[in-house]
Structures are given as structure tokens and as C-alpha cells.
Design a protein around this ligand. Structure first.
Ligand code: NAP
Ligand code: HSE
Length: 436
């Protein structure tokens, strides 16, 4: 191994993930080198603030202020981007590297979701690696799993829990009965949240990841704009309590399906929203910052991937796995097939979907309110499976939580339309579909 030249890295971005990568390479360097077939050497590092204490000694690495100088340096074999952001410096760096033929490793799901297709074209044109394992589900090797392990399958559906911050918040609310705003700060302190945590709690981060998984699963072009997105901002501790009473847990679920006809894809459905998951479903047991991904292949059957979805160690593990692949010269097209063969899909019509739903209303505690809700449901042709009513708490009103029978989900929207503007409602009703 000694006569094989080391793989020389530039690491740009030294926050939670960048710091983790440095620590991992320092601690596991000898083992990583044996697995990679050559030493992995950090040659240059860069971030915004040179003076920041990062809890790790960086004095023996060359600090570079101008990251634009890195792609053309002959003494750097791979650039590892751990800054974040769909555009800006991360994208500029990616384009420079791939155009100049420099292998590029990133954890940046926002950039891949928005620009992955263009970057993949460029990587293929230059014949270099574009690797992004850490961009989806943190430490879980799900990109590799779908891109390589399940590559022989037609995948009809891929779904799961893709945001560690939201899962940490929801499962902590469930355990401790706290409001979501009280738990968010903990998730930030633990290094799970994005620089702008609204990306997490509003479901955008999970949607970035889902659009990447869809492309890998279905052989389609990444289509982030067509993901329907609802975050967890309006989930109350009371929803989690009532869901538990009804036999469910609340999880932010990302789900994609590609409808096919005669072996041809005809529509892409992608949605991220909080769902009620039956307590006996495997996703109900995914707690804290764990993530899980289920992919249903026509030959392999159901695959279930689970592991740490965020945080320094797990994400660094995924980044270094990509670096090892580059060191071994093991890489192929970024989205499992040449970018020009990925199919463009129309957005599937969600109006045809059926299922059960949870509906929660906070209402004025007065005669006739329950009748008003049930009349709207009758008129919208929605049948009720179970219902709970709780007495009024201060000015929050009485709470009515119900689960519908299986039916057209478009009818649920009709219920909301019929109740819209009713002065019996204290606030906007909450609807969560049920993962059956
Ligand atoms: P972070 O802790 O906020 O670190 C970001 C780093 O980028 C910092 O070192 C920062 O420099 C540097 N940076 C920001 N803007 C810069 C600029 N304009 N020029 C140069 N450097 C700049 O973020 P992170 O959590 O490590 O996330 C990094 C990437 O990994 C993101 O794409 C994120 O989505 C992804 N990711 C994160 C996780 C996770 O659990 N945290 C998991 C999977 C993927 P300073 O330190 O000097 O301010
Ligand atoms: N903010 C992301 C999350 C980091 O919470 O899942 C991992 O991608």
C-alpha cells in the first residue's frame, strides 16, 4: 500500500460535519487507509472564520481563505464541500470542480435537489465522481443501497422518515409532552438542525432528500418543485396525545410513488407531511434523530434501512464512505444511470388518492358544534371511524379529534372547505393522513 500515492483532500466547511470528518479521519485513519487501498490525507481546509475554536487542532492543515483556488490545484485530488446552501459558494465550488475534472464529495441535499441533474451531467462530461451519500438520511448508506444494491429492481414506492430534527422534536414531544418550540433548541444544540432550522420544521429538508431518493428509485429526473410539503409547525402536543389514544404516533413522513402503465412511468407523486403511523408499523419505532427509509422493489421486496439521520459522527461516516469510493476509483453515474437517460415525469394527480385521515378541530364549547362538524363530513361523504372530544382548556376551546374511514382524500379537503369561515372553530383544523 505504501507505494500508492495518498488521496489528497481539501475540506471546505468545518462546522458540525466538516469537524466530524476531520475527527473521523484522525481517529480511524489507519483503518480507512487499509479499506481505501491508500492513505487519505487532508491537504487544505477552508471555512468562513479562521479564528473560530472548532474543538479540534487544525494547526497542521493548510488554511485557505480563497476556496476558488482549490479546484485547480494539482496537489488536491478531491474537494469535499460541507458548507451547505442550494446556491452561493457551494454551487460555485461544485461547478468549478466538476468542470475542471476534480472529484467532488458533498453532504449538501439542498444543492443536489436543485442542481443535481446539471452537476451530474457535468461530472459525466468530465468523467469524475460526484458523490453525496451524506445528503440523505445522515449515516444510513441509503444512496448506495438504492443506487447499487437495489439497482436491478423496479421500485414503485419509497418512503420514510428523512429529517432527524423533526423526528427528534416529535418523539421528544411524545415522551415529555412539551411544545415543539421548546424542543427545537435542543435539536439545534445537538447539531441536527440546518443553519436555517425552518428548512427542517417546514419539511423542506425532507423534501430535498425525497426528491433525490425518487430520482434514484424511479430513474426519473429530480423534481423538487413538485413535492407537496407540509411541516410540523402546527402539530400540537395535544395531537400527539390524541394520536396515541387512537393507536398512532405522529411522524414527518416523506413518500414518493411513481405510477406506471405498461412498464412506463406516467406520473410522479411526492409528498412530505406529518402522518399518523400505526403503533405496530416499523416507522412508529423510529425515535429521536433516527431516520428510516423503506423501498419496495419488484424482485427484492421491501427493504428497510434505519440508522442515525443527523449529527456529526453519522454524517461524517457517510462523507468518508464516499471519499473511500473515490480512493478506490469506484464510482459511476451519480443517479445510477447516465443523467441523459433519467426520465422527466409529470406530477401525478393527488386528487385520486384514497386513505384514512386524522382531523383535529379546536372549537367553541357550545351546543351544536359537534353536529356542525359531522354535518360537514356527511355532506362531503366522509365517514367517521372513531372520535374523541375533550373539554375546553382556557381560551383554546374544546378539542375534537377523529379518524375517518378509508375514502377519497379529496373529500377531506371538501370538509375543510365546508367548515371554512365557521365561527365555531377557534383556529385552523389540522389534518394528517394515516400511513396504512
Ligand atoms: P454548519 O455546522 O453550519 O457548518 C457550515 C460550515 O460552512 C462552517 O464551518 C462555516 O464556516 C462554513 N461556511 C458557511 N458559509 C461559508 C462561506 N460563505 N464560505 C466559506 N465557508 C462557509 O453546517 P453542518 O451542519 O456541518 O452542515 C454542512 C452540510 O452538511 C450542509 O449541506 C448540511 O445540509 C449537510 N448535512 C448536515 C447534517 C447534520 O446533521 N448537521 C447531516 C447531513 C447533511 P464557519 O464555521 O467559519 O462559520
Ligand atoms: N437537518 C438535517 C436533519 C440534517 O435534521 O435531518 C441531516 O440531513
Amino acid at each position: 500500500m505504501n507505494d500508492i500515492a495518498p488521496l489528497r483532500l481539501a475540506i471546505v466547511g468545518l462546522g458540525t460535519v466538516g469537524g466530524g470528518v476531520i475527527r473521523l479521519l484522525e481517529e480511524n485513519g489507519a483503518l480507512v487507509a487499509r479499506r481505501a487501498g491508500r492513505a487519505i490525507e487532508v491537504v487544505a481546509i477552508s471555512a468562513r472564520d479562521r479564528g473560530k475554536d472548532r474543538g479540534v487542532d487544525l494547526s497542521h492543515y493548510e488554511w485557505v481563505d480563497d476556496m476558488a483556488s482549490l479546484p485547480s490545484r494539482a496537489d488536491i485530488d478531491v474537494v469535499v464541500e460541507l458548507i451547505g446552501g442550494a446556491d452561493g459558494p457551494a454551487l460555485t465550488l461544485a461547478r468549478q470542480c466538476l468542470t475542471l475534472g476534480k472529484p467532488f464529495v458533498t453532504a449538501n441535499k439542498a444543492m443536489i435537489a436543485h442542481h443535481g441533474l446539471d452537476l451530474a451531467h457535468q461530472a459525466e462530461k468530465s468523467g469524475v465522481a460526484l458523490k453525496y451519500e451524506a445528503a440523505v438520511a445522515g449515516g444510513i448508506p441509503v444512496i448506495k443501497g438504492l443506487r447499487e444494491g437495489a439497482a436491478a429492481n423496479r421500485i414503485k414506492r419509497v418512503y420514510g422518515i428523512l429529517n432527524g430534527t423533526c423526528n427528534y422534536i416529535l418523539s421528544t414531544m411524545e415522551r415529555e409532552g412539551k411544545a415543539f418550540s421548546d424542543v427545537l433548541a435542543d435539536a439545534q444544540r445537538l447539531g441536527y438542525a440546518e443553519a436555517d432550522p425552518t428548512f427542517d420544521i417546514d419539511g423542506i429538508d425532507a423534501a430535498h432528500k425525497l426528491s433525490i431518493l425518487s430520482s434514484l428509485s424511479f430513474g426519473t429526473e429530480i423534481d423538487f418543485p413538485s413535492v407537496d410539503i407540509t411541516g410540523i409547525r402546527h402539530v400540537l402536543a395535544a395531537d400527539i396525545r390524541e394520536a396515541a389514544a387512537l393507536g398512532f404516533k405522529v411522524r414527518l413522513v416523506a413518500l414518493a410513488e411513481c405510477e406506471a402503465e405498461g412498464g412506463r412511468n406516467i406520473g410522479l407523486f411526492q409528498r412530505v407531511h406529518p402522518m399518523l403511523v400505526p403503533v405496530d408499523h416499523p416507522l412508529a419505532h423510529v425515535d429521536g434523530a433516527l431516520n428510516a427509509v423503506v423501498a419496495e422493489g419488484n424482485f427484492v421486496g421491501r427493504l428497510f434501512f434505519q440508522g442515525a439521520g443527523a449529527g456529526e459522527g453519522p454524517t461524517a461516516s457517510a462523507v468518508v464512505a464516499d471519499i473511500i469510493d473515490v480512493a478506490r476509483d469506484e464510482y459511476g453515474p451519480a443517479f445510477a444511470m447516465p443523467a441523459e437517460w433519467l426520465q422527466r415525469q409529470v406530477k401525478a394527480d393527488a386528487g385520486q388518492r384514497t386513505g384514512r385521515a386524522y382531523m383535529r378541530f379546536r372549537v367553541k364549547d357550545r351546543p351544536g358544534v359537534l353536529a356542525e362538524i359531522t354535518a360537514a363530513m356527511r355532506d362531503a361523504n366522509v365517514s367517521i371511524e372513531s372520535v374523541i372530544q375533550r373539554a375546553a382548556v382556557e381560551d383554546e376551546g374544546a378539542l375534537v379529534a377523529l379518524v375517518t374511514h378509508q375514502g377519497a382524500l379529496a373529500c377531506i379537503d371538501d370538509v375543510l372547505r365546508r367548515l371554512g369561515g365557521s365561527d365555531s372553530l377557534v383556529d385552523t383544523p389540522m389534518v394528517m393522513h394515516i400511513l396504512d
